[in-house]
Design a protein around this ligand. Sequence first.
Ligand code: UD1
Ligand code: UDP
Length: 353
Amino acid sequence: MKIAIIMGTRPEIIKMSPIIARTKKSDSVIIFSGQHYDYEMGMRFIEELRIRTPDYSLKLGKTDPASQIGEMIIKLSKITQDEKFDAVLIQGDTNTVLAGAISSLKNHTHIGHVEAGIRSYDWRMPEEHNRIVADHVSDTLFAPTYNNKKNLLQEKVHGDIFVTGNTIIDAVEKFAPISKTNIVTPDNFILLTLHRAENVDDKNTLTRIMNGILDSKSNVLFPVHPRTQLRLRQFGLYEKLKRSQTVILTGPVSYLEMLDLMKRCLFVITDSGGIQEETTSPKIRKKVLVLREKTDRPEAVNAGISKMVGTESNMIAKAIAETIKDPVIHTSKSPYGKGNASEVIIKIMKELF
Ligand code: UD1
Ligand code: UDP
């Protein structure tokens, strides 16, 4: 077997790490697309999670998404032609995934899509465009849940579908026991993350969200994604948050820090996909208020762990007040599997090649 494992952003590195740990240098080539170019969004995770140094690390121009995708396709295509892989593995729904899918398709290389079949049915999301394309050109689709498989069957994708669980649960199982942080937090703090384009790139939406958080007067720790940092400053919200007595701002944190913060917090407020999955793990088990109109993780909502809150200030403040009174989760199993997704995926790949 000779496969390429392509990854380009923070969540792809975290979710590919259990798969990479089950491969050897002799059977896999690691390609980092460089989409998350800041050390603290990309390479830091490769080092912290003890992933082999990528065989290829691309450098991309800081341009618009379409040009970046074009640049990635050209560079990935060249590597694919030189290396002649049996297959490539792509993960999730980022621009890196779209570029990896198209470059492999046009070079007649087998595509395995890890985390196939997730849908929000929200066409504002660039992730929805990327995952639909990736799913429809993939040969082997690793769906985390039966619900994801159902989405794929409805769309009549051409590849073979396997339900595997989500590799994020494998990562939590492995890294939660060694999680640690020096970040000082108040008692009973709420952990907040926010980065979706449809939330942070729109001034009104971002202002409403931040007002809801501030109106709740709760202690909130907010590790800020660089995209969000930029928008908070552009929209004049950063200084307001800095002056607040209740919101603590930090830069993005490492994975071991994030796991520790998730374990210690009262509950989580987020628009992240991965965090909605991680919080269902028996090792974390925290309630999540989801700052979105539509979810692509209905399994976490149905399990009573995530709650859809939207982006209106009053709804956010109300949901925070209610969750402070009742933060306990009553289920114990994760809908995203037992933590053996990477084992199943690599077994299938080895049987195929
Ligand atoms: C990307 C993914 C998203 C994923 C997220 C994980 C796409 C379309 N989106 O969103 O699905 O949830 O990663 O965090 O692929 N930036 C930096 N430094 C970096 C990276 C980004 O400053 O290392 C800033 C830049 O201003 C950049 C902006 O963030 O233009 C957006 O970056 P991009 O990678 O396009 O999307 P994300 O918002 O990070
Ligand atoms: N994460 C992290 N540090 C942070 C914020 C998030 O390690 O400061 C982790 C988080 O625990 C999860 C992943 O990054 O494993 C999720 O990434 P993100 O929310 O950026 O993207 P999404 O999952 O929405 O695609």
